[in-house]
Design a protein around this ligand. Structure first.
Ligand code: NAD
Length: 416
């Protein structure tokens, strides 16, 4: 295969390109190519059948020059340290692009949560925190949910960490259930932030979004809320959605509540009554106005980028587009809202959650939405303007904004 698909190599390559455009100081560039710290952990977990299974996990603290590191924990059978490093790097750029006082980190455990009971997941989550907890803290590194981790898992982790410290520490983790100090508006924040970006993209591109056909790949937290909020906030007509088992298509539109109920009942969106089954590959190439990758990395590559017909690609997933594909999309006039801008709503409301925990004073949902909108809208236009100014695609525009801010913090601290 000619194309590099290692996510960390991709993250480094993206940074290298930005460094060149910006004329970044070589020492700052080299510093930002690597995580500052990473911890590898081995976790023995008692399984329901009485056996003990050994799991492996990671926590990467990529850069904390702008504040405590922040980033989700993923449970995935194909998790690798390089994926976690790449995601930690992207968290660094993400917190910088939305201008919140945090750095970037990420965690992961190699496991298949679909094959584990609730009890096994709880014991694994507590085991992970017993190992990783020594480098966490509300002023040090604050995890959150990500692929296949949930508010319940965050609650167990916060509880375990609080036991380690000897008192209640809600601010050590975000994405908690609301009774344990979670924020209003955190559940749909990633998708909502993405919708604010699509709204602004519609304005700068002069595209009417009401009734605009939309396809969504992935039907988890990000994808499901993108479906319902896309319809509710922007009037998008979602004609195709998918999950790991495949996709569905109906040119007349898909009802979010009905598709969700079908998925909850059957375990997949596939075979939804009245829709045609399609593959994930077909979904990406549909003739739609808006395409929302909301599943995993490396979905739009050099192999299929030329076939993408969407006018706007709004990346709710992390790393769905490879650098070669980026160039092809840019040449073809596809407007990409890059991942670490488009999906920054989650970390922004996570930051709001940290602030509320620190003050022990909680905001209503409307306040969260207003403050999120302000942050996302400002970030969107900073990126759009940087891309226009340098004549590059939006991902590079986002890098220029984010790397510039992180580089400035490293310099002001006297690191380089
Ligand atoms: P999730 O675990 O809730 O859902 C993932 C979805 O992707 C599931 O529907 C799964 O079936 C589907 N999927 C898995 N493999 C697939 C494949 N090969 N093709 C199509 N679909 C596939 O995860 P999530 O929280 O929705 O995260 C999705 C993406 O969004 C990830 O890249 C994640 O890093 C990113 N993201 C999520 C958040 C958040 O707050 N949830 C924040 C920022 C970024």
């Amino acid at each position: 295969m000619s194309e590099e698909l290692n996510p960390f190599a991709i993250a480094q390559k993206q940074l290298d390109q930005a460094a060149e455009i910006m004329g970044l100081d070589p020492a700052v560039h080299e510093l930002l190519r690597w995580p500052l710290r990473e911890l590898h952990v081995t976790l023995p977990v008692k399984m329901d059948d009485g056996s003990v299974k050994i799991f492996h996990g990671f926590r990467v603290q990529y850069n904390d020059s702008r504040g405590p590191t922040k980033g989700g924990i993923r449970y995935h059978p194909a998790e690798t340290i390089d994926t976690v490093r790449a995601l930690a790097a992207w968290m660094t750029w993400k917190t910088a692009v939305v201008d919140i006082p945090l750095g970037g980190g990420k965690g992961g455990v190699i496991c298949n949560p679909k094959e584990m009971s609730q009890g096994e997941l709880e014991r694994l989550s507590r085991a992970y925190i017993r190992q990783v907890g020594r480098i966490l803290g509300e002023e040090v590194d604050v995890p959150a949910p990500d692929v296949y981790t949930t508010p319940q898992i965050m609650a167990w982790m916060m509880d375990e960490y609080s036991f380690m410290r000897g008192y209640n520490v809600p601010g050590v983790i975000t994405g908690k259930p609301i009774p344990l100090g979670g924020s209003q508006g955190r559940g749909d924040a990633t998708a909502r932030g993405g919708m604010y970006c699509i709204r602004e993209a519609g304005k700068v591109l002069d595209i009417e979004l009401k009734g605009a056909t939309t396809a969504i790949q992935g039907y988890g937290n990000a994808g499901q809320f993108a479906h319902s909020l896309g319809e509710e906030l922007l009037g998008l007509k979602v004609v195709a959605v998918s999950d790991s088992k495949g996709g569905i298509y109906n040119p007349d539109g898909l009802d979010p509540q009905a598709v969700l109920a079908h998925k909850q009942e059957t375990g997949s969106v596939v075979d939804f009554p009245g829709a045609q089954n399609i593959t994930n590959a077909e979904l990406l190439e549909l003739d739609v106005t808006v395409l929302i990758p909301a599943a995993l990395e490396n979905q739009i590559t050099a192999d299929n980028a030329a076939n993408i017909k969407a006018k706007i690609v709004a990346e709710l997933a992390n790393g769905p587009t490879t650098p070669e594909a980026d160039e092809i999309l840019f040449k073809n006039g596809v407007y990409v809202i890059p991942d670490f801008l488009c999906n920054a709503g989650g970390v922004t409301v996570s930051y709001f959650e940290q602030v509320q925990n620190a003050y022990d004073y909680y905001w209503d949902e409307e306040t969260v939405h207003e403050r999120l909108d302000k942050k996302m809208t400002a970030a969107f236009h900073a990126v759009h303007e940087a891309a226009q100014k340098h004549g590059v695609h939006n991902r590079m525009g986002a890098y220029v904004v984010a790397v510039g801010r992180v580089a400035e913090a490293c310099k002001l601290r006297g690191w380089v």
